[in-house]
Design a protein around this ligand. Structure first.
Ligand SMILES: Cc1ncc(COP(=O)(O)O)c(C=O)c1O
Length: 502
């Protein structure tokens, strides 16, 4: 589907700062190859043999290749067959500093950190003596301003799931007029999964007209708010919860300003309408939204849309949960993507995982449950992940990786715009922030061919939505990697264009 005409938009004339290398002295040169090395088809014979082995014991139809972590370095992923690919997908956007970063390889080089790795505590009951300091020094050091509470979790899905629980707890307290105690009837009915103990409350999420919608995870609560691919949800009982429309913009944005403002207005009116219609059936306690709908196809909405959405949530007493599982930790050029939206106050909760190494969520104090054991499980995260996150955050700062993301992102975006002008029948709708970029391909079949040919030419790419290709490189992706990517993408498009005309 074409969202954007292939006209190169006027990009702001920003003078690029020259990339002078990583300030810490880290160098990709002596670790990375100078470019991709492709020796076999991918998956090659060794990956295929491993796949056969694994297939005997589990469904592994999603496996693309087997990673050789010993040989992977920086922005390059090596596979079992000795292929080394420029990685623009990074384990589904979850590798902040590339492969085998020296700061991470040495993260457990002292006894106390090894003890944290070996002795995994039940964090909600027996945390280590240094845990409060670790939470403060590491996680709270990058907390969205105004959010002074943090809970660690195991993954993105359970981070969202538990943020929902925090929102329901607060909503119920408000409904009881501030009371934090329960009635006899509530205590009894809840064990039967019935109201009033298990109340009819809901979480609103976003579907997208003609496109795929929100992705918030795969555990039952988070899955109820996921609205991307049917295959993720089929056969599972789910909550009947409201879905609002995520804006569907016309591009180029500069040309369709009025139409897109109307689109925002229409979508926001529907959000307000849903609050009213669901009030009797299952009141909406929270709204969850991705700053960029990622798995759904990198669908974007304007800062004004998010500002208005925040007002509507506040007026209806619902928590606004920003799902930064994929966008968080720098890939858009800011630590948190919502910072691009100029919100007058922070969202009520921000969930994270992937590049943050640990799952979890930040929240306002208001969302702290009054009783223990309500947001809880055995591990509740893993202290060793905070040791790694500490290193990651220090490298982001020392090597000014957020600046690098903006710089490499600009080169990538300019190059992609050039390519959409050169190949208007093949790719279109270049969009994104920082290196969190994507473009649509004219058909799903062609998209899959591009991904396959990119791999053959040495680039590992990711897909999303109906027919998009997304870029999710590590934060150490430098201008030289952007140039390599653009050269290989151009070669790939030429090959496929020539192949089609033969
Ligand atoms: C925006 C978003 N939320 C939640 C999740 C779920 O995270 P996990 O796969 O760690 O459960 C994902 C995963 O891709 C995601 O992109």
């Amino acid at each position: 589907m074409f969202r954007r005409a292939a006209i190169k938009p006027a990009l702001p004339t920003v003078v690029l700062k020259e990339f002078r290398g990583y300030a810490s002295g880290y160098s990709t040169e002596h670790r990375e190859p100078s470019g991709p090395i492709v020796k076999t088809e991918i998956p090659g014979p060794k990956s295929k043999a491993l796949l056969k082995d694994m297939d005997a014991i589990q469904q592994c139809g999603s496996v693309q290749l087997f990673t050789d972590f010993e040989k992977s370095a920086g922005n390059y992923i090596a596979d079992a067959d000795g292929n080394v690919l420029l990685d623009t997908y990074t384990q589904i956007s979850s590798v902040p500093l590339g492969y085998n970063h020296p700061q991470l390889l040495t993260a457990f080089n002292n006894d106390s950190d090894i003890r944290a790795l070996v002795n995994r505590p039940a964090l909600g009951v027996f945390p280590a003596v240094d845990w409060p300091a670790k939470l403060r020094d590491v996680l709270l050091s990058v907390a969205p301003s105004g959010l002074d509470q943090v809970m660690t979790m195991m993954c993105g899905s359970c981070s969202n799931e538990n943020a929902f629980k925090a929102a329901f707890i607060r909503y119920a307290i408000n409904k009881r007029g501030g009371l934090t105690t329960f009635t006899e009837e509530e205590m009894k009915s809840v064990l039967e999964n019935k109201p009033p103990g298990a109340p009819n409350l809901s979480v609103m999420s976003f579907k997208a007209p003609l496109l795929q919608g929100a992705f918030h995870g795969r555990t039952f609560g988070s899955l109820a708010t996921t609205r991307s691919k049917a295959i993720h949800k089929l056969d599972f009982p789910s909550f009947d919860w409201p879905a609002a429309w995520f804006p569907h913009y016309r591009y180029p944005l500069e040309e369709f300003k009025r139409e897109n403002e109307q689109e925002d207005k229409k979508c926001l009116e529907y959000v307000s309408e849903l609050f009213q219609t669901w009030e009797k059936k299952s009141p909406i306690a929270a709204v969850i939204i991705e700053p960029i709908q990622s798995e759904g196809g990198d669908n974007h909405a304007s800062p004004e849309f998010f500002q208005e959405l925040q007002k509507i949530c506040a007026n209806n007493g619902a928590a606004l949960i920003m799902d930064e599982v994929q966008t968080g930790c720098g890939p858009t050029g800011k630590m948190w993507c919502y910072e691009h939206f100029d919100l007058p106050s922070p969202p009520d909760m921000v969930t994270f995982s992937k590049k943050m190494m640990t799952g979890g969520f930040y929240s306002k104090t208001l969302y702290k449950p009054p009783q223990p054991f309500r947001i809880f499980n055995t591990w509740m995260g893993d202290p060793s992940k905070l040791i790694m996150l500490d290193r990651v955050l220090k490298v982001i700062k020392t090597d000014k990786l957020l600046d690098l993301v903006q710089e490499s992102g600009r080169i990538l975006k300019c190059g992609l715009h050039d390519l959409e002008c050169e190949f208007p029948n093949m790719i279109n709708s270049v969009r994104g922030r920082g290196t969190f970029l994507s473009f649509d391909v004219s058909t799903v079949a062609l998209r899959d061919k591009i991904i396959g040919t990119l791999k053959k030419n040495g680039v590992l790419g990711g897909t999303c939505g109906e027919s998009a290709i997304r870029l999710r490189p590590a934060l150490i992706f430098a201008p030289k990697h952007a140039e390599i990517y653009l050269d290989i993408l151009r070669k790939t498009l030429l090959e496929l264009k020539q192949g089609a005309s033969c």
